[in-house]
Structures are given as structure tokens and as C-alpha cells.
Design a protein. Structure first.
Length: 293
């Protein structure tokens, strides 16, 4: 069913195994107190790549934003501004008429993550490519970049697209403090660590039963996940965690912005995004690089 090959009990639902392979850091990055104003500036800088450079073909904007020592982790693309221009040009050649539609972003410390849709028919979310980019910003310039691309499937098990927002706040989305964002990040990363280590009982304490799923192969709700993990022998029917040794997922960068937590691993070229509401994980998106399903 297109699941990731190397961690089958976990990847069937495409959980937190997010990653630009080569994302720095073996453990969750700690918050450093970067001001929200600085993060907002970093986010605005990155978004110009999509609104101006990609959608308006302003290659001079790329050269303005990209630093001289820009590190490109896509081995098929040269470094520097010219490499970033080439990456955009190659995508437009692959998808004639493509436009970039940014779905969600995160700015945390010196990192900016972008989840976006590349399609010539953006109103149809079952077309084109799903993409996640991760940038590092230094001194007002883009200095490092990882990218992940997945061909959008025609259908999904849940009926939700790879991009839509299913959860709706009854009274509008709240504005979260930096402290609450950090709590959400710590909570989501720890929940993933427990699940990755083979403790499926964490689903009952950390996931909302409604759990809206945007992975193509995973249905909504926590029951399908529990059933699959039991079938794989992760958690016996009694609810006692398996004593089998699990290597888990090696973490790279993690980000939190608003109610979203982004988790990157060092094992897969995959990006996962989780919405945390009232101390529970309630919604999930991921981008799994083609060839890893």
C-alpha cells in the first residue's frame, strides 16, 4: 500500500518520521529564545521565494535572498542561487504552468519550513506534487536548504487531501505563546519517541480519537492505527507494551509554530506535521519522498 519499507509498524500511518536526510542534529533542537519578530522576518523572507521567484519568475529575487555559501542538500541541484533557480526551473519544466500554493509554514529559531502544493491546477488538490522545504536563515540570507517531493495520489484512504485542514476550532484558532508552542513541541516529540520505541499505549494518552489523517494510506481515527500496530506485534491485545527491542527513529530538527509541530528524522526523506489541540495530536500531514513508500 505504499508504506515506507524500513519501519513497517510505524510507517504504515506515516507518523513522525520526518526528515530532510542530512537535517542537522541527532536530537530535538532546543528552543533558544529567538524573538517572534525575528522569526516573522525569516518567514517573510522565505515566502518571497514562492510568491515572487517561483510564481512571478523573478530570478533576481533568488539572487537577492540566497547567501553566497548557500548549501543545497538535494544532490541533483548545484549549490548557490543558480542551483535554487535551476530547481524551480526544472519543476516548471516537469509541470508546465505550475504555480506554488503555500499551505502551511513554520518559523522557529533560524529555521523556516514550508508545506506547499506545486500544480498547474491548484484548485484540484489531487494533482501535481506535495512538497516540503526546510531553510536555515543567517544574517538575513538563506544559507541552507533541504527539500522533499511526493507525487500527489488521486485518492486517499481517509478521503482527505494531502493539503486540506479538517479540524476546525469552534471559536477560531487561538494565538499561542512561545511557551505554549515549546510545550507542544516537547509533547509531540516525546509522544513520537514512545511510539517509535514500541509503546503503542501512548496513542490513548497523546492522540485525539478523531485524529484527522492526510497520509494517502491511513484512515482517520486512532482505532485503525491501534489495530495495525497490534497486528505487527507492537502492543499485545492486553495493552501491555511489547518487550521487543525497537531502534526507533533518529531525530533531526524539530519546529513548533502556532498549533503545528514539525518533526524531522535523520533516517528518511520524509516530513511530518502534527496539529496539537488541548494537549492531544488531532491532525497529521506528511510528505514522503517518491521511492520511499
Amino acid at each position: 500500500m505504499g508504506y515506507r519499507k524500513t519501519l513497517p509498524w510505524l510507517v504504515a500511518v506515516a507518523f513522525f518520521t520526518t526528515a530532510c536526510s542530512g537535517a542537522s542534529g541527532a536530537g530535538p533542537a532546543a528552543a533558544t529564545g529567538t524573538s517572534s519578530a525575528s522569526e516573522a522576518q525569516n518567514k517573510a523572507l522565505v515566502l518571497r521565494l514562492y510568491s515572487e521567484a517561483f510564481n512571478q519568475d523573478k530570478t533576481d529575487v533568488v539572487k537577492e535572498l540566497v547567501g553566497a555559501d548557500y548549501v543545497q542538500h538535494d544532490k541533483s541541484v548545484p549549490g548557490g542561487a543558480d542551483g535554487q533557480v535551476k530547481q524551480f526551473q526544472d519543476l516548471k519544466a516537469k509541470i508546465p504552468g505550475a504555480v506554488a500554493t503555500v499551505k502551511r509554514t513554520a518559523a522557529d529559531r533560524d529555521l523556516v519550513a514550508v508545506h506547499w502544493h506545486a500544480s498547474a491546477t491548484p484548485a484540484n488538490e489531487a494533482t501535481g506534487e506535495a512538497k516540503v522545504d526546510l531553510f536555515r536563515v543567517g544574517n538575513g540570507k538563506l544559507v541552507e536548504h533541504w527539500s522533499i517531493t511526493q507525487t500527489v495520489p488521486a485518492t486517499t484512504a481517509s478521503g482527505n487531501s494531502l493539503f486540506s485542514d479538517q479540524y476546525q476550532y469552534p471559536n477560531g484558532a487561538p494565538t499561542l505563546s512561545e511557551e505554549q508552542e515549546e510545550k507542544n513541541r516537547t509533547f509531540a516529540v516525546e509522544a513520537y519517541r514512545k511510539l517509535s520505541d514500541g509503546d503503542a499505549t501512548v496513542i490513548d494518552t497523546s492522540w485525539d480519537p478523531r485524529y484527522y489523517q492526510h497520509n494517502p494510506a491511513a484512515a482517520n481515527g486512532t482505532d485503525p492505527l491501534k489495530q495495525f500496530m497490534q497486528q505487527q506485534g507492537v502492543t499485545p491485545p492486553s495493552g501491555t507494551p511489547s518487550t521487543a527491542t525497537r531502534t526507533g527513529t533518529q531525530f533531526g530538527n524539530t519546529l513548533a509554530d502556532g498549533d503545528l509541530v514539525w518533526v524531522f528524522s535523520s533516517d528518511y526523506v520524509v516530513a511530518d506535521i502534527f496539529r496539537v489541540v488541548d494537549g492531544k495530536i488531532i491532525e497529521h500531514w506528511d510528505v514522503v519522498a517518491d521511492g520511499q513508500q
